[in-house]
Design a protein around this ligand. Structure first.
Ligand code: ATP
Ligand code: MG
Length: 362
């Protein structure tokens, strides 16, 4: 079936630079590499509803925002099928069958789910839908026979669970589903970009994000208020790099060429880091560099967004067409799954003949 990508994002807000380094940037590279036979990128609105059931308007509004972000980073609808999850009801049916292959305890031990339950205050009462979203992710991935899922580190336990479901399914019902692999960012710092507040993960739900669509002014403001080294009180005092956001972001976004071009006193990021650790380099200079680096990356993205914003109906049309195409693909997998599970009663002539014989012999 070849090499196939499935990945996506929840429409709970605009996409941020954590998404960009964790997955989006790589998707565009893979799309343009020509190495993949099919690429599916999903706007996971059904999954977003699992923890936003009381706020469907938020999800509804953000579908177009995520689509605009996709197009502005360079996802090309000619090469990548961009679709909306709820437009593919086959995914829900698959998830319903997969749920029989996973225990509650197995999901309870999933470290990402654990953190998210805490973050959302669901400890006392977890919505069933939210609890089962890792299973629904397995159906998203397998419906498209995905071999590769480019994602951040938080998704690793989900892909692991998907592989287990595939293993169990194929074992019980015969070889049907494809086992996927996660494709993590090469640069370790991009696997889980911290928020501007220094918290473990930049996340829409934590409000610590730099959005791809932020204006230059908003971007500069956020960088200037970034968490650095609380012990670096004066320019001359030695600084520490651990947990120091501007340096972490420079690791994720800058090249040595860029550092040398924008700050000619230094040949590489390492030289800049060394100076900071020795003392004598102020946070202001580092932040100014980071703003310039981010601007180089984000300015063209912002420009492309502005153009697409002029033609919103065309963006919905891209989603409609993509969703139609995705649905055809998922329907084929669902047919194979029903056949493997032998619940395709009406198409199973052998079953009908067998039953007829049984009763005729009575
Ligand atoms: P929410 O808070 O609604 O869950 P989110 O910001 O966590 O939103 P998702 O839509 O859950 O974003 O994640 C989409 C993709 O982006 C996933 O592949 C995830 O691994 C990746 N991703 C999200 N945040 C980061 C981050 N801070 N660093 C690296 N990758 C990230
Ligand atoms: Mg998330």
């Amino acid at each position: 079936m070849g090499k196939i990508i499935l990945t996506g994002d929840r429409p709970t807000g605009r996409l941020h630079v954590g998404h960009y380094v964790g997955s989006l940037r790589r998707r565009v590279q893979l799309q343009n590499s020509g190495e993949f036979d099919k690429i599916f990128v999903m706007i996971a609105d059904a999954q977003a509803l699992t923890d936003n059931a009381d706020n469907p308007e938020k999800v509804r509004q953000n579908v177009i925002e995520v689509a605009l972000d996709y197009l502005s980073v360079g996802l090309d609808p000619e090469k990548t099928t961009i679709f909306v999850q709820t437009g593919v009801p086959e995914l829900t049916e698959l998830a319903f069958y997969y749920m029989n292959l996973v225990s509650v305890g197995r999901v309870q031990r999933n470290p990402t789910v654990k953190t998210e339950i805490k973050m959302r205050g669901f400890e006392q009462s977890i919505p069933m839908g939210f609890f089962s979203y890792p299973v629904s992710q397995a159906s998203d991935i397998t419906a498209f026979n995905a071999t590769t899922v480019p994602a951040g580190e938080d998704q690793a336990p989900m892909i692991e669970l998907t592989r287990e479901i595939v293993g169990r399914f194929n074992n019980i019902y015969g070889p049907t589903l494809v086992e996927p692999e996660i494709l993590l960012p090469e640069n370790a710092v991009c696997m889980r970009l911290p928020g501007t507040d220094g918290k473990a993960k930049m996340s829409k739900s934590l409000g610590n994000c730099i959005y791809l669509s932020d204006t230059p002014k908003e971007l500069a403001k956020k960088v200037k208020s970034m968490y650095t080294d609380p012990e670096h009180l004066t320019i001359d005092s030695p600084g520490h790099l651990e947990g120091n956001c501007p340096f972490i972001y420079l690791d994720a976004f800058s090249s040595d060429e860029q550092v040398a071009r924008l700050l000619p006193d230094y040949k590489s990021l390492q030289e800049l880091k060394d100076h900071y650790c020795r003392g004598g380099l102020g946070d202001g200079t580092v932040k100014k560099l980071l703003i310039a680096v981010l601007e180089e990356e984000l300015a063209p993205i912002r420009e492309r967004r502005k153009q697409w914003e002029q033609d919103i109906p065309a963006v919905y049309e891209i989603l409609r067409k993509g969703t139609e195409k995705a649905r055809e693909e998922a329907a084929k997998t669902l047919d194979r799954v029903r056949e493997a599970m032998k619940i395709n009663y009406f198409a199973d002539e052998k079953l009908i003949a067998e039953q007829a014989r049984k009763y005729a012999a009575k």
